[in-house]
Design a binder for this molecule. Structure first.
Ligand code: ZN
Length: 428
């Protein structure tokens, strides 16, 4: 399972690639692509998917008969990275550097002195209008060099990184001037003059590997959950409910984009499923009341050198199972009811789970569930897999946990939630 995860990560240097890869897998499994710009005629017993901006995707299966609700998962496919600005090259007498800005909150030090590559998409001029091409240079083609210790004697005591000065990738010698766009165009299979504009990032192309019970790879947050929930969605046998798989872009920058978890994308898709199946507005509301969302995003494992950052009663460890995340201020959506329901799924699947809460004096991160609930409100639990070094260019997680996650989520997709009253539920 972890080798499949590493292959997925390698194929997904950017959200555009993660979505393209997911589309290919869904198409191969017999799912039909829908467009938001066309009308939908859905049939029971069939599977579909739709994308927005090429960087978010929702897939679902329509049950053959009436169904109680939607069993949904959401994960994000973006990771902190350096976005390459439109005028990409900064040439001088000896060097060509790339003009970049931060996307999301990365640990800057981890991006230094490692081989980096470039991927994303370009918008190109066509005879009809514009078209988008994906680009992945794959080979290392840039590096962000540290300053030598001899010139920065305090580097180990007080490291600080100015994104506009310290984090500019070196692309080549002065002879490389003018070649960046040509290289991107060649990778896209178009002429440089046909590129109208770009969405490119610098990314870590290192492959993942397993070692001593752990896995280390770039972008485990959140591709481990994105991959695991896709595997579960594709593997699950038909239950009574409609399974829905969501992959969202832009979580690392707050989700407030047209395709992020704060957008209308999920609400629009659910609404259109209801319309196409001829459900009344009231029937659709009943289904959503009996639906369930797993908001899947990785969690912080106890750090071996810094266990003090963990709440002692809610410390979670790699290889000890799925994490249910709690937060009194509802940055995580888990509550007594939703956590209880998910705990029952894990018990039935024979998968261990752990409970996480931040130290009361530390602010944690936010994630998808509470944001998505502002558009479609339903029972939601925040879960994830424990990992180290979140937002590093190279992260570490538990070797056993991916399989636990897939097993529990596969069973989740096969279940239906029956609502007998507010707070009264049965999993069948
Ligand atoms: Zn995340």
């Amino acid at each position: 399972m972890n080798q499949k995860l590493f292959d997925y990560i390698k194929a997904s240097p950017t959200p555009f690639h993660a979505v393209a890869h997911t589309k290919a897998r869904l198409s191969a499994a017999g799912y039909s692509e829908l467009s938001e710009g066309e009308s939908w005629a859905l049939e029971g017993g069939k599977g579909y998917f739709v994308t927005r901006n090429g960087s978010s995707l929702i897939a679902f299966r329509v049950p053959k008969g009436d169904f109680p609700g939607y069993m949904m998962t959401a994960a994000h496919c973006d990771s902190p990275a350096f976005k390459i600005k439109e005028n990409a090259e900064i040439p001088d007498k000896y060097y060509v550097r790339l003009s970049v800005e931060r996307y999301g909150g990365m640990l800057c030090s981890t991006w230094l002195d490692r081989p980096l590559s470039v991927a994303g998409r370009v918008a190109v001029r066509t005879e009809k209008g514009i078209s988008v091409r994906l680009v992945d240079l794959k080979e290392p083609c840039a590096i962000i060099p540290n300053v030598a210790i001899h010139m920065n004697r305090n580097a180990n005591e007080n490291a600080s990184y100015n994104a506009a000065v310290d984090m500019l990738p070196l692309f080549g010698t002065s002879e490389a001037a003018g070649s960046f766009k040509a290289r991107v165009a060649a990778a896209a299979g178009v002429k440089p003059e046909d590129i109208l504009t770009t969405d490119l990032i610098v990314y870590n192309p290192q492959e993942g590997y397993s070692w001593n019970g752990y896995i280390s790879a770039p972008r485990l947050d959140d591709l481990q959950c994105a991959f695991g929930s896709l595997e579960a969605f594709l593997t699950a046998k038909e239950g009574g409910s409609a399974p829905v798989y969501c992959l969202f872009d832009n979580e690392e920058v707050g989700s407030q984009t047209k395709q992020g978890a704060a957008s209308t994308f999920l609400a629009d898709v659910l609404g259109r499923i209801g319309e196409s199946l001829g459900l009344s507005a009231g029937e659709q509301r009943q289904k959503i009341a009996g639906s369930f969302l797993l908001s899947c995003d990785n969690a912080h494992a106890v750090h071996p050198n810094h266990p003090e950052f963990m709440d002692k009663n809610h410390a979670v460890y790699m290889n000890k199972g799925i994490v249910i995340k709690y937060n009194a201020n509802q940055r995580y959506t888990s509550d007594a009811v939703s956590a209880a329901i998910f705990g029952l799924v894990c018990d039935e699947a024979g998968v261990p789970f752990q409970r996480y809460a931040n130290r009361a004096d530390m602010l944690g991160g936010s994630t998808l569930g509470n944001i998505s609930n502002t558009q479609v409100s339903l029972n939601t639990v925040d879960i994830g897999l424990p990992q180290l070094a979140m937002h590093s260019a190279f992260e570490t997680a538990g070797g056993a946990d991916t399989e636990y996650f897939v097993r529990a989520l596969t069973l989740f997709f096969e279940k239906s939630l029956i609502m007998d009253g507010d707070g009264e539920y049965r999993l069948v």
